[in-house]
Design a protein around this ligand. Sequence first.
Ligand code: NI
Length: 150
Amino acid sequence: MYNFNNESLYKMKTVKVIRRERFNAAHRLFNPNWSDKKNEQTFGKCSNKNWHGHNYILFVTVEGSVDNQTGYVIDLKLLSGIIKKRIVDKMDHKNLNLEVDFMRDTITTAENIAIKIYEELESEIIATGNKLYSVKLYETENNFVEYYGK
Ligand code: NI
């Protein structure tokens, strides 16, 4: 049986809650400080001038204590809504180099996209009383990155 009155004991239990979202986007790896030749040597076909796309899969992990009234760390509808508003609506079916405000002046590698997504989400997650633990981003089935905010 749950002891709903023993809040202090219950509050000590932290759980990580993970929401998966998806978005499709175009990009090109390109360093504007380099010649076309150096970009091509470094990034290969990922630097194709006419862009290419990925079906990105995003995992957002929130860590917090379990609320003794709801049994939730965070309502997943709320978490999904935050990710949709701050990330998916801005990135899905977009060109990441040209159309996403928070990706401006950034080389659109999976590493940098994960960092930027983390930075976009962090304050909203903190406002729910929880911690943004990590952002994991799959660029392909075999290539993915994780960022823990440091
Ligand atoms: Ni790519």
